[in-house]
Design a protein around this ligand. Structure first.
Ligand SMILES: Cc1cc2nc3c(=O)[nH]c(=O)nc-3n(C[C@H](O)[C@H](O)[C@H](O)COP(=O)(O)OP(=O)(O)OC[C@H]3O[C@@H](n4cnc5c(N)ncnc54)[C@H](O)[C@@H]3O)c2cc1C
Length: 399
């Protein structure tokens, strides 16, 4: 019997969930392609930066993850550079692979605006593991430097975070919380820390429930974070950041979490895209002009029944993946495709050690209980992937 050749591009939240579902059918021959050899759990990057977790805890090896399935999933670490939709071929930096069905799940990347002088040069992104790792080490070294210098000087550690969305807010809160604990638990005498959050809108967390915004705002202030709303970064130098209001802030380092854009593969593809450059998908999550090719996760934009954009999150990426796997199965079995009815199931925002705010299925939680919920979601997700990868590892190292 002919096997169904399925290629999944991108081993992120969307790609891995699609594979988990499709691998159940032994007739599916699945290939995962990713430019990195690991899955990066971006939702936990705030813990990585603040030294609560190491890089092994926020990543999963894609070789062993795929080995853990019953022989019908393979992984190749290759960067996909283009797709020949007519001849059904995926083109990578080293190879060409043919497919019957294709899943495009390549996420997005940090957008370093070219009109902001010095942004790419001096600010750190956190959407890629190597960048987050670099920043984590810089942060720890800066704390150490202050401790090392105490007795002779006590200069403030100035951190600027640009972007008042979910990632900027979580990182600011976690760094503040970590540093305050670090100074007090270790009884260090020099404790000056300035964390400034720059936000271009009227308030932080645009598009998120008002009550959660208010609670988050209060919490950030309690953590002594300065929030500067209605301002944009216009220029970055090695040790300073200039804002649209003319103010110049001193900084030891800066994180940029102020925007995302489609990545190089999406730019290269000749398919319909929206005004932000993301691939247009139909109600079945297919690329309309190429039947059997699905686009899911952060590299497309979907709308709910009120025609509002569904926020691009790990939660929606996974929901899309589940429907995509179902629809591939239905195409294989000549059944009509299912339309998506995807909407956000909830928001969980980590705001430092032992504190989070959340709205799950319409109910609000805050404080330690919300924190435990957030941790439970993250741990459950990681545990499932770890078990799969452990299975693969045991096949390689039999003894
Ligand atoms: C700091 C931060 C905090 C966040 N917190 C939350 C949260 O609390 N809750 C939540 O739901 N969401 C959160 N998100 C959003 C969430 O991480 C994304 O929505 C999610 O990662 C999207 O999943 P994805 O599979 O579409 O893309 P990704 O997870 O980004 O995966 C894309 C994959 O494609 C691979 N790839 C890209 N280009 C190529 C190519 N050309 N060839 C081969 N492989 C390629 C990449 O290496 C990557 O593995 C957060 C994001 C950030 C940055």
């Amino acid at each position: 019997m002919k096997k169904n050749k399925i290629i999944v591009i991108g081993g992120g939240y969307a790609g891995l969930r699609t594979i988990e579902k499709l691998a159940k059918n032994p007739q599916n021959d699945i290939m995962l392609l990713d430019k990195n050899p690991y899955h990066f759990m971006q939702t936990e990057v705030y813990d990585l930066i603040a030294n609560e977790e190491d890089f092994a805890q926020v990543s999963v090896d894609l070789f062993t993850f795929c080995m853990g399935f019953d022989e019908n999933v393979v992984f190749y670490k290759q960067d996909v550079t283009n797709i020949d939709f007519i001849n059904k071929k995926v083109i990578t930096d080293v190879n060409r692979f043919s497919y019957d069905y294709l899943v495009l799940a390549v996420g997005s990347r940090t957008k370093f605006m070219s009109n902001v002088k010095g942004l790419r040069e001096y600010a750190h992104g956190i959407k890629a593991l190597h960048r987050a790792m670099y920043f984590k080490q810089k942060f720890e070294m800066s704390l150490f430097k202050r401790v090392d210098e105490s007795g002779t000087s006590c200069n403030a550690l100035n951190i600027v975070i640009a972007g008042g969305g979910l990632s900027g807010v979580e990182i600011a809160a976690q760094m503040a919380s970590f540093s305050l604990d670090f100074y007090s638990n270790n009884n260090f005498i020099c404790r000056k820390l300035n964390i400034v959050l720059i936000n271009s809108g009227e308030h932080i967390l645009k598009g998120i429930d008002k009550k959660l915004v208010q609670k988050s705002d209060e919490r950030l202030k309690k953590l002594e974070i300065t929030i500067k709303n209605n301002r944009k970064v216009v220029e970055v130098k090695q040790n300073s950041v200039k804002l649209s209001c003319g103010e110049v802030l001193q900084m030891d380092f800066m994180i940029f979490a102020g925007g995302v854009e489609p990545n190089h593969l999406i730019y290269a593809l000749k398919v319909d895209k929206n005004e932000k450059g993301y691939v247009v998908s139909n109600e079945f999550l297919e690329i309309p002009e190429h039947k059997g090719t699905f686009v899911i996760g952060d590299c497309t934009t979907i709308y709910d029944s009120n025609d509002e954009i569904v926020a691009p999150t790990a939660d929606t990426a996974e929901q899309m993946a589940e429907l995509c796997a179902k629809n591939i199965d239905r195409l294989i079995n000549n059944k009509p495709l299912i339309e998506h009815k995807i909407k956000s199931r909830g928001v969980l925002i980590a705001l430092g050690r032992g504190y989070a705010v959340s709205k799950i299925f319409g109910m609000y939680f805050s404080g330690y209980i919300a924190f435990i919920m957030k941790k439970a979601v993250e741990r459950l997700y990681a545990k499932k992937l770890d078990m799969q990868s452990h299975k693969g590892c045991k096949k390689i190292f039999k003894d």
